[in-house]
Design a protein around this ligand. Structure first.
Ligand code: DX5
Ligand code: ZN
Length: 220
């Protein structure tokens, strides 16, 4: 459904204090915690994997919105399910003809499948996975090149969000990269309802204010 979700990206948190950072975000009004899993191969950065998700899960019941920037997402399904991941969003660029198996496995392990696309990937590539009889349940439109927090929002990606929202009125559409008070209106008016925000939330003196400001923009 299109209920707004605000998902702080824990990539911008203090990884040495992940549990308290997660609790601080939930206490500030966050709906989900966005977990950026990078393998140093699909993207030129290396972050966290299933062991860290498993550790964090012991400290929070929050929805862990895992974004897999990895070359072989299928290898991560079982470990992440065991670790307590909630959503499993893989990249369309990392799949070939194995995406049906991947979606089926994600669902059978009790996670929610999402599909991400990089800025250079045409939106048409996600349509078959949304329209399949066993579909992905969210599409993540990247609004920066994946790999690092703190980059500049790419407004031209809103054409993809608008095209998706027109075709799929009830689909969860997530945007990720450069979102904050100055870019939220573009994303919300295009039809995004799940908002990832890293540096704008963690860099703010008052995360409660930034989160509520973004939620109100999405609801409007
Ligand atoms: C980038 C990650 C994002 C990133 C967002 O590869 O997928 O989730 O952490 O951070 P900001 O909001 O700072 O662009
Ligand atoms: Zn992300």
């Amino acid at each position: 459904g299109v209920v707004p979700k605000i998902a702080p990206s824990m990539l911008s948190s203090d990884f040495a204090n992940l549990a308290s950072e997660a609790q601080r975000m939930i206490g500030s009004g966050a709906d989900w915690l966005h977990m950026d899993i990078m393998d140093g191969h699909f993207v030129p950065n290396l972050t966290i994997g299933a062991p860290v998700i498993e550790s964090l899960r012991k400290h929070t019941e929050a929805y862990l919105d895992c974004h897999l920037m990895v070359t072989n997402p299928l290898d991560y399904v079982e470990p992440l399910a065991k670790a307590g991941a909630s959503g499993f969003t893989f990249h369309v660029e990392a799949t070939k003809d194995n995406w049906r198996e991947l979606v089926q496995q994600i669902k059978s392990k009790g996670m929610r499948p999402g599909l991400a696309l990089k800025p250079g990937t045409p939106i048409e590539e996600v349509y078959p996975l949304v329209e399949d009889e066993n579909p992905v349940e969210m599409v993540l439109v990247m609004t920066v090149e994946p790999g690092f927090g703190g980059q500049k929002f790419m407004p031209e990606m809103m054409d993809k969000v608008r095209a998706l929202r027109k075709k799929y009125p009830l689909l969860d559409i997530e945007v990720d990269g450069g979102l904050g008070p100055s870019t939220i209106d573009a994303a919300a008016s295009a039809g995004a309802n799940c908002i990832v925000a890293g540096s704008s939330v963690f860099g703010a003196p008052d995360p409660i204010h930034v989160i509520s400001l973004m939620r109100n923009s999405v609801e409007a």
